[in-house]
Design a protein around this ligand. Structure first.
Ligand SMILES: [Zn+2]
Length: 260
């Protein structure tokens, strides 16, 4: 009798767990936990595969991150990463995903991770007093990535970084919505120094000193030009260039908010 009850319970739990959630982001409350876009089946990102667990735990790690793509430079960035045996993490903007869906799929198939970087990239819209617009846009990008590349991702990077915009109540809502957030440890200023490649390279050379670095770059012409050298510099310093993976999430945000 008791065993039957337990079986019934397990069955109920399974049915409950497996029931797909209906509807897309628009219909969901702000703090909904997960989006599952029917009828797409989502799979996890593969592990970088370049290094084993022990090497990642013991060695110096650098995460190359590329914001605002995909665009016409992303394919060249992917090619360089492949040639140099390095992995990256791409924080995509929704409107660009629609224009370059093939590249989004290539990012995933080549073993890199996709993060979410909003739809509009507009500070006035995203930071208008509460987290609703921000979370709504992140969910929209999340849905687009799911539809385009059949992967589920919950890592966000907010446009212009989390400081000073993401006050406590923003961060509370991000936590409740089950997103993780990454800023960076080294800003290359590739967009600003687009005519000074050596300035960017030297900046990375000087600043890459910690056991783990998260390096902010953008999908730009200058970035394509300097990326091979940046990778050489980091590898000569003993860094392994891996992609983000949720299983190895570490806290990288300017507020030092351990929940993110
Ligand atoms: Zn950006």
């Amino acid at each position: 009798m008791q065993i039957n009850m337990i079986k019934t319970w397990i069955l109920c739990i399974c049915i409950f767990t497996l029931t797909p959630q209906q509807g897309l982001a628009d219909e969901q409350p702000t703090h909904s936990k997960r989006i599952v876009t029917n009828p797409i089946s989502l799979h996890s990102f593969q592990h970088s595969g370049l290094y084993n667990e022990a090497e990642i735990q013991s060695g110096k790690i650098a995460y190359l991150t590329f914001d605002d793509g995909p665009n016409k430079y992303t394919k060249q960035i992917l090619h360089i990463l492949q040639t140099k045996q390095a992995k990256g993490t791409f924080f995509l903007v929704g409107s660009n995903i629609q224009k370059h869906s093939q590249i989004v799929q290539e990012i995933v198939s080549e073993g890199h991770y996709i993060g979410l970087h909003s739809m509009t990239h507009d500070a006035k819209i995203l930071y208008n007093g509460n987290a609703n617009n921000l979370l709504h846009e992140m969910r929209e990008v999340q849905n687009l990535v799911a539809r385009t590349a059949h992967v589920d991702t919950n890592l966000i990077r907010v446009p212009y970084g989390s400081m000073p915009y993401l006050k406590q109540h923003y961060r509370d809502d991000i936590v409740l919505s089950n997103y993780k957030l990454w800023d960076w440890t080294i800003d290359t200023y590739d967009w600003r120094d687009k005519n000074r490649p050596n300035t960017i390279i030297n900046r990375v050379k000087q600043q890459a000193t910690k056991p783990v670095e998260v390096i902010l770059m953008h999908d730009l012409h200058i970035t394509v030009a300097i990326l091979p050298t940046i990778i050489d510099v980091l590898q000569e310093k003993g860094y392994k260039l891996v992609t983000y993976h949720p299983a190895h999430h570490i806290q990288v945000n300017f507020w030092k908010d351990h929940r993110l």
